[in-house]
Design a protein. Structure first.
Length: 380
C-alpha cells in the first residue's frame, strides 16, 4: 500500500508568481508597442527592414518640390505661376453725352501661353474686341503694346499677341480631371495695378455652371470657386495644386460671397494651339443653350428620359440649331463620332469644328432617335 500525503498549497506564493507573470506580460506589450510605434518607423522601417504593408495606410502625403522649402501648396503654386501672369490695359475712345471724345480704360489680367508673346485673356477685358489700344505689363516690368488676334464674346475669351521674347509661358493642366473640393489658387490684378498679382486661394465649389449674361447670352460649363475674384482678376489663371492653369477667371456674382467662376482651360487649348499655329480661329456655333440633365432634374424636379446626352434648354431664333430642326427639350446625344454626355463634353466636341463645317447630330425626342444635319455658324 502506498500512502499519498496531501500537501495544502501555499496560496500566498502562487499569487506572487501569478503577479510576476502578468507584470512581465504587460511590460512586454508596452515595450513592443514603443518599438513598433516610435523606434521602428524611425530606425528600422525602410532601412533595415521593408515597410510593413499597413505602414502609412490611409495617409495622404503631398510632396511639393521647392528648393527653398515651401511650407504649403499656395506659396509653391504662386512662385511657379506668377511670372506667367500679365496685367492688361484696354483703351477705348468713346464719346460722352455732349459728343466729346474721352478715353476709357479697362483693366484686367492675362496668361502667357508662349515665349514669343501669345496671351490668353477674357473678351470683356479688351472691351469685346472694341479696344483701340491694348497694353500689356509683363512680370519683368516691360510694357508692350498688343494686337488682337481672336475674340469670342460668348465664350468670353480672347487671344492677343505682343512682340516680345523670353516671356515665361504658363503650364496648362487638365480641367477634365478636377474635382469638387480640391484646393485652387487665383492670381490677378484686383482693382488695378496697385494690387497687381494678388494671390487668393480656395476650393472648387461646383462644376458645369451656366451663367446667363442676358436673355440670349450664356457662358456655359464654368468652374465655380470660392477663391476671392474681383474686378481686375478677369483673364487671370485659376491654378491647381501643381501650379497648372485649369481655368481662366471670368465673372463673379456680387450678390453673394465666394461665388467666382472660371472657364475650363480645356475649352481653350485646341483654340489657342490653332491660333498659334494658323493665326486665326472661327468658333463653331449651334445657337443652343445646353444644360446637364441631372442639373435640370434637380432644379425643376422633373425626370428626363434615361438616355445619355445634354438637354437643349433653349434654341436661339434664326441660328444654326433652329435651321437644322433642333427643338427645346431635345436631348443631344452625339455630334458625328463625338459622344455628348454633359455640357463639358459638348464643348470639347465643338472645338473640333469651324464655322461652315457640317455634322450629323443625334437627338432623342418624344421617345425617338433622330438624326439631323447641322451647318455650324460663326458667332457674331
Amino acid at each position: 500500500m502506498i500512502d499519498l500525503y496531501y500537501r495544502k498549497p501555499n496560496n500566498k506564493r502562487s499569487k506572487v508568481a501569478l503577479l510576476k507573470v502578468l507584470l512581465a506580460f504587460f511590460l512586454g506589450i508596452l515595450i513592443g508597442g514603443i518599438v513598433v510605434v516610435y523606434i521602428a518607423p524611425k530606425y528600422f522601417y525602410g532601412k533595415i527592414i521593408p515597410n510593413p504593408s499597413w505602414y502609412n495606410r490611409g495617409e495622404t502625403i503631398i510632396n511639393i518640390e521647392d528648393k527653398e522649402g515651401a511650407l504649403s501648396i499656395v506659396p509653391a503654386v504662386a512662385k511657379k505661376a506668377m511670372p506667367s501672369v500679365v496685367g492688361i490695359v484696354a483703351i477705348e475712345n468713346s464719346k460722352d453725352l455732349l459728343g466729346e471724345g474721352e478715353f476709357n480704360e479697362g483693366l484686367g489680367s492675362g496668361v502667357v501661353l508662349s515665349e514669343d508673346g501669345y496671351i490668353l485673356t477674357n473678351a470683356h477685358v479688351i472691351n469685346n474686341g472694341d479696344a483701340e489700344k491694348i497694353e500689356v505689363k509683363l512680370f519683368d516690368g516691360r510694357n508692350l503694346e498688343a494686337k488682337q488676334l481672336w475674340v469670342d464674346t460668348y465664350l468670353d475669351l480672347a487671344m492677343i499677341k505682343v512682340d516680345g521674347d523670353n516671356l515665361i509661358a504658363a503650364e496648362l493642366g487638365d480641367s477634365d480631371d478636377i474635382k469638387i473640393g480640391q484646393t485652387v489658387v487665383a492670381i490677378g490684378n484686383p482693382l488695378g495695378f496697385e494690387f497687381e498679382r494678388t494671390v487668393t486661394s480656395g476650393i472648387i465649389s461646383g462644376l458645369n455652371r451656366n451663367i446667363f449674361m442676358d436673355d440670349y447670352t450664356v457662358i456655359e460649363g464654368l468652374i465655380q470657386t470660392d477663391a476671392s475674384i474681383n474686378p481686375g482678376n478677369s483673364g487671370g489663371p485659376l491654378l491647381n495644386h501643381r501650379g497648372e492653369v485649369i481655368g481662366i477667371n471670368t465673372v463673379k456674382i456680387t450678390s453673394g460671397e465666394g461665388l467666382g467662376f472660371s472657364i475650363p482651360i480645356n475649352v481653350t487649348k485646341k483654340i489657342a494651339n490653332r491660333i498659334i499655329k494658323e493665326g486665326e480661329y472661327k468658333s463653331a456655333y449651334m445657337g443652343v443653350v445646353p444644360v446637364d440633365k441631372d442639373v435640370y432634374e434637380y432644379t425643376v424636379s422633373q425626370k428626363l428620359p434615361e438616355v445619355q446626352g445634354v438637354l437643349i434648354f433653349r434654341v436661339m431664333p434664326g441660328m444654326a440649331g433652329e435651321k437644322a430642326g433642333i427643338k427645346e427639350m431635345d436631348i443631344l446625344m452625339s455630334i458625328d463620332e463625338y459622344k455628348v454626355q454633359d455640357v463639358r463634353s459638348l464643348h470639347s466636341a465643338l472645338i473640333n469644328y469651324r464655322a461652315g463645317d457640317k455634322a450629323i447630330i443625334k437627338l432623342f425626342r418624344d421617345n425617338e432617335f433622330i438624326d439631323l444635319e447641322v451647318i455650324f455658324e460663326e458667332r457674331e
